[in-house]
Structure formats: C-alpha cells, structure tokens
Design a protein around this ligand. Structure first.
Ligand code: F6P
Length: 326
C-alpha cells in the first residue's frame, strides 16, 4: 500500500474536452480515499512558477460539462531543462505533493516520465488529447467530442458542397495521426480521407480520383489530416487545380474549434473512469504508468510503451471507408 497523502494534478499540452471531468474525478476520488489534492495551474509551468493551490471538492463543482480545462494549460520550455525540473521538484516539496497526476498527450507524458525518473516521484498519466494517438488505450479523453464536432461541421459543409457540385477538402487536426480524419470521414459519410499513416505508401489523391469518385456523385468531401506528411488540405486543393482543373475545389480548415465545446457523454464517462483509476493506481503504489482503457477495461500502460509506440490505424477502417463511399 502507498504512503502518499497528498497529490498534485495538472493539465498540460493542448486542451481537450473532458479534461475538466478528469480533474473532477481525480480530485473527488482522492478526497474520498483520504488524500489531499493540490491543483497546479498552467501545466508544468505552474510547478515551476509555483502556481499551486489546495483543491477541495467544491473546486471541481459544476465543471463536468465544461470544455477546456479549469486548471489551464501550457507548453512549458523551462520544464524541459534540468534546472526547471529542479525548481519544480522543490515547489512540489514545499507544498507537500508526493505524487503527480498529469493529464495530457504525448509530450506531457514524456515530461512526466523524465521527471519521475530524475526525482523518483510516482507519476500517473491520463491520456488527454483530441488526437487519440496514445498507444495502449482504445481512446483518449477529448477524441469523441472532437469527432462529433468534425461531424457537425462536415454535415454542414455537405449542404453547400452538394448545392454547388463541389469537391471540398476539409482539414482536421490530429498532429501526425489520422484517427480524426479517418473515423470522421466514416462517420460523416465522406468520400475519402487522406492520412499521414499511408502518405508514404500511396498517392492517396490519385487513388481517390482513380477510384472514380464522380461516377455516381456530383460533389465530394475529402477529410485531410493536418501533418507535414500529408501536406494538408491546401496542398491537395492546389494539386487538383493543376492536375484536374475540371473540378470546382474548395478548402475548409476546421482548426481549433475542434478542441472546444461541451464533452460528449462518452468523454465524460471515460474521463471519470480514468480519473478514479488514477487514484486507485496511486493507492496501489503504481508509478509511472498511463491509465488507459482497452475493451472497456481499465489498464495500466508503462510510460515507455504509451509514448514510444505508434498507435496503429486499422486498415480495415480504410477499406470500410472506400467500400462505403462508392
Ligand atoms: O495535440 C492536440 C492538437 O490540437 C493537435 O491536433 C494540433 O496539431 C496541435 O494540438 C495544435 O497545437 P496548438 O494549439 O499549440 O497550435
């Protein structure tokens, strides 16, 4: 059993809908189990700059339905240096924080891993990113909400695309992962998705045009995952203008609106389960693991696995999209 009596909690990296539900779950589960909680503001920056305050149950009232993160978030350069992490550790000691719960994506968990190794602190990660790109968990907090936001936008774009017989390239987020683009395309009934995972394998635009996307349709929507590997939606629109000038092309870049909004029921439930499991893990004396969900079961994934491995895209989904878009 663990000897930890006080935990710190922070959100780091890009915000994701459901982070507040996770903050609430971690805080209340901790208090329920007799631990005290310190809220750390602006991610690792708050640890370095000493922006830390005691969190009681009331601090997390009425937030489960809110997008963003009440703890705020940041990408902190100081924490990437040994000097910055030393100050962070000293501030943790000053506030009596014995374990950390970090809610964030790849970069945030990498920071937690280094910090944990350097100072022998139990760190528990929660996968909080709309990108869904963390290995060892079926989904991440925020992904479902972002998918639904994309769906809503693409449904609207379809109205105008159909009315004008246009080809639309809709760029979605995901950093270097194509989960939002591919599953967004399947859910929205889009004609194709261009994703980084296959960008070196095939010319996805040529493939899409060759399949004959206009055989039975006068308008089309292609979701393009942002990424240097795909080149983004503008790149494909330019190519179509040059290579297939017969098509009337338009581009929509959805951008940061994908990160906002009220979390879906799925994200709230996921965040609540993962948040409570983070406290279970601390009570069991687990350290340096990300809490994930696999086949509806809570799993502990060592940081080394969650961060180092690329989460694979199912080829079956790529084929499904192709099959259903004829
Ligand atoms: O990781 C989440 C994410 O929204 C990515 O999809 C995107 O590439 C990136 O963050 C954008 O970051 P920023 O808000 O710093 O521009």
């Amino acid at each position: 059993m663990s000897t930890v009596k006080c935990i710190g909690i922070l959100t780091s990296g890009g915000d994701a809908p459901g982070m507040n539900a996770a903050i609430r779950a971690v805080t209340r589960s901790a208090i329920y189990n007799g631990l005290s909680v310190k809220g750390i503001y602006r991610g690792y920056r708050g640890l370095v700059m000493d922006e830390i305050e005691e969190f009681k149950s009331q601090n997390v009232s009425n937030i489960i339905q809110m997008g963003g993160t009440i703890l705020k978030t940041a990408r902190c350069k100081e924490f990437m240096t040994p000097e910055g992490r030393k100050i962070a550790y000293e501030n943790m000691q000053k506030h009596g924080i014995e374990a950390l719960v970090v809610i964030g994506g790849d970069g945030s968990l990498t920071g937690a891993r280094i910090f944990a190794q350097e100072y022998n602190i139990p760190c528990i990660g929660l996968p909080g990113t709309i990108d869904n790109d963390l290995y060892g968990t079926d989904t991440t907090i925020g992904y479902d909400t972002a998918l639904n936001t994309i769906l809503d936008a693409v449904d609207k774009i379809r109205d105008t695309a159909t009315s004008h017989d246009r080809l639309f390239f809709v760029e979605v987020m995901g950093r270097d992962a194509g989960f939002l683009a591919l599953n967004g395309a399947i859910a929205a009934g889009a004609e194709a998705a261009i994703i980084p995972e296959f960008s070196t394998e095939v010319d996805q635009l040529e493939e899409f045009i060759k399949i004959g996307f206009r055989k039975s349709k006068s308008s089309s929507i292609v979701l393009v995952a942002e990424s240097e590997l795909t080149g983004g939606a503008m790149h494909y629109a330019e190519r179509v203008k040059n290579e297939y000038p017969q098509y009337d092309v338009r581009v929509t870049i959805l951008g940061h609106l994908q990160r906002g909004g009220r979390p879906t029921a799925n994200d709230r439930i996921l965040a609540s389960r993962l948040g409570a499991a983070a406290i279970d893990a601390i009570m069991e004396d687990q350290r340096n693991v990300m809490i994930g969900i696999e086949n509806d079961d809570i799993v502990y994934v060592p940081f080394s696995k969650a961060i180092k491995n690329d989460k694979p895209i199912k080829r079956e989904l790529v084929n499904l999209l192709r099959e259903l878009s004829i």
